[in-house]
Design a protein around this ligand. Structure first.
Ligand code: CA
Length: 220
């Protein structure tokens, strides 16, 4: 899952970016409204976290610009506590959810997961492939009822594959979703994740399509 984060407070921005990365989401962080607005068109973001008071361009204007240009990804706005006019303006302006500062990172992550799930047309939080079951709200997976011990990135990668069972996912797409621009990606990082996943869920569950990427193979 790749998140566009626009927040000018360095402590809040750093806390969110670092926290989301720990949860296996890639977060690209911008502190300027104008740069953030333009960044939305440059990568396949699953959702955006948008502060309202920003240098360069106000958060509400950023949101309006996105919606006018047809960008429909879910947007969660960050507002000051009790700023009811801000919340209403945000929701009326095309935001999908809001959080009042200060907030717990776990709540932000849970809401982002719910927004992305809804935007992909999935109403419940379960994904199934054979005996493999993923709970996208809890970010856990089981195989035949047994809990799987997955790293955050392995979990995200598995979610990408299981949520689009007939699609081939390229290495570049996987790198895009698991790492942001700021992180150096080792050239074999995706292969290593795939290798480790296969050891945990079975070698034939993930197929390599040479030159193209990966897709689901045999249901476990
Ligand atoms: Ca601000």
């Amino acid at each position: 899952m790749r998140i566009l984060l626009i927040e000018d407070d360095p402590h809040i921005g750093d806390g969110i970016a670092a926290g989301l990365k720990k949860l296996g989401m890639a977060a690209d962080w911008f502190s300027d409204g104008l740069q953030g607005r333009d960044a939305a068109a440059l990568a396949p973001y699953d959702a955006a976290v948008l502060d309202l008071g920003l240098p360069g361009m106000d958060g509400m204007e950023v949101l309006r610009a996105w919606r006018q240009s047809g960008l429909s990804f879910p947007v969660l706005i960050l507002t000051a506590r009790d700023a009811l006019p801000d919340r209403l303006a945000g929701l009326n302006g095309g935001a999908d959810d809001y959080l009042c500062k200060p907030f717990a990172l776990e709540e932000l992550a849970a809401r982002l997961n719910a927004l992305v799930r809804r935007s992909q047309g999935r109403s419940d939080s379960g994904l199934t492939f054979g005996r493999l079951k993923l709970d996208t709200a809890a970010q856990t997976a089981t195989l035949g009822g047994e809990p799987l011990d997955l790293t955050a990135r392995e979990w995200r990668l598995l979610e990408m594959l299981v949520s689009k069972p007939k699609h081939i996912v390229s290495r570049a797409q996987i790198e895009d979703r698991l790492y942001g621009w700021e992180q150096e990606v080792e050239s074999n990082a995706v292969e290593v994740h795939i290798h480790n996943l296969r050891k945990k869920i079975g070698a034939s569950v993930i197929q390599t399509k040479r030159g193209l990427g990966y897709c689901l193979g045999e249901a476990p």
